[in-house]
Design a protein around this ligand. Structure first.
Ligand code: NAD
Ligand code: MG
Length: 393
């Protein structure tokens, strides 16, 4: 029996992971974790006979304990419990908590030397070098679950990374892609929270509309594949059928195509290094008819270019970028700042850090990354308080 844990099991990626696990008989579920959705977490823990269920919130522990009373399933709560759960023996661990909160549990899981299936893109963006060193130290394998990175990973099977000339990540353009640029400042969380092609959590869906998500993925690709920033680019591809393209020095381009369903990338990581049948829709190109591509307009997506700034700076710039982005997203979701204010806020936070801190120095430890995260978060939140509320005269 393969021991499998799912961090963030109540989220969009977590549910898709459990959907695949339900179809297998060779996996024993060890840890499941969630946030405030305790009822769903308890339901999952019962259905999958988990060993341990963890909620991120201390206040939710009594409810979780009551919901699982008499089942023999252990319960725990809080961020320290999540890290402890990461250290619980498992062969395959899905990291699908959203945000920087997913970093420490995934990091703890690496010490077991198994597979870390990484959906949490914040991990590589904030602590890429530390994570890779930890994996190497313990002989652990990090597999990409972000669809674009899974696509690149698959296109690279049997290839020499030195022969790669260009990696192109595709982007749908998000829920506001057809809005006039001069209207974007007025977009609400509900407007930005609708995705044309993918069903995902609220935060990543809004990040798709702003392209903060793609900026994160560009940095993630650099970390994952060890590419120089000039070898990565982004194309808008409204159909979301081509997930990434890899161009080689001999002029060949390998594209990865498939229906937009996260269960493909999750399933690939679950079956790796083999392939096995997956319950995803088959691509029908005759029905799709056409595939469109165009470069992203920097005026529409000011967040995207920040990725190259972060990669050039290196050090803790990724941690500052992500924390500022999370704080900006919180403020936007709460209706405290406008849609375009998010990119301004993150750029401004990066700039104040570059002025006052040694931002390009590599972090020596995870706690240094987490300290930077906290500092950048509070600076960005302070900057947000200085901005006018959307709709205010
Ligand atoms: P989601 O919002 O649907 O679910 C997030 C999960 O994390 C839930 O289980 C939630 O309870 C838990 N969580 C939230 N805040 C937490 C905290 N502070 N501490 C501990 N747990 C917490 O998110 P999602 O869309 O499933 O995305 C998960 C991760 O995967 C993100 O990093 C996202 O960028 C990445 N990702 C998602 C998709 C997708 O299709 N949804 C695709 C690629 C990458
Ligand atoms: Mg993606």
């Amino acid at each position: 029996m393969r021991r499998v844990s799912v961090f963030g099991s109540t989220g969009s990626v977590g549910e898709s992971t459990l959907d695949l696990l339900a179809r297998r008989t060779d996996c024993q579920v060890v840890v499941l974790t969630g946030g405030r959705n305790v009822a769903r977490l308890a339901e999952q823990a019962r259905a999958y006979r988990a060993e341990l269920a963890v909620t991120a919130h201390d206040a939710c522990l009594p409810e979780l304990r009551a919901a699982l009373a008499g089942t023999g399933i252990e319960v725990a709560a809080g961020s320290a419990a999540l890290v402890e759960a990461g250290a619980r023996p498992a062969d395959w661990v899905m990291s699908a908590i959203v945000g920087a909160a997913g970093l420490a549990p995934g990091f703890a899981a690496l010490a077991q030397g198994g597979v870390l299936a990484l959906a949490n893109k914040e991990s590589l963006v904030t602590a890429g070098a530390l994570l890779k060193a930890e994996a190497a130290r313990h002989g652990a394998t990090i597999l990409p679950v972000d669809s674009e990175h899974s696509a690149v990973f698959q296109a690279l099977v049997g290839e020499d990374i030195a022969a790669v000339e260009k990696v192109t990540l595709t982007a749908s353009g998000g829920g506001l892609r057809d809005w006039p640029v001069d209207q974007l400042a007025r977009a609400t969380p509900a407007d930005a929270g609708r995705h044309p092609n993918w069903a995902m959590g609220q935060r990543i869906t809004i990040d798709s509309a702003s392209m903060f998500n793609k900026a994160m993925e560009v940095i993630e690709a650099r970390e994952f594949f060890g590419l120089t920033p000039d070898k990565i680019d982004v194309l808008i591809h409204p159909q979301s059928l081509v997930h990434a393209l890899v161009g080689f020095t001999d002029g060949a381009v390998m594209a990865h195509l498939g229906a937009p369903d996260m269960r493909h990338a999750i399933g690939y990581a679950l079956n790796w290094p083999a392939r096995a049948p997956l319950p995803v829709a088959r691509l029908d190109l005759a029905q799709a008819g056409r595939l469109d591509f165009h470069p992203p307009d920097p005026a529409r997506y000011p967040a995207l270019g920040l990725a190259w700034q972060v990669m050039e700076t290196g050090g803790t710039a990724g941690a500052v970028f992500n924390a500022a982005k999370e704080a900006a997203l919180d403020a936007f979701i709460d209706g405290r700042i406008g849609f375009l204010d998010m990119a301004w806020l993150v750029a401004e936070t990066l700039e104040t850090f570059a002025r006052n801190n040694d931002i390009s120095r590599e972090p020596a430890s995870l706690s240094e990354v987490l300290e930077t995260d906290q500092e950048a978060r509070s600076r960005a939140a302070a900057l947000a308080r200085g901005l006018p509320r959307p709709g205010a005269a």
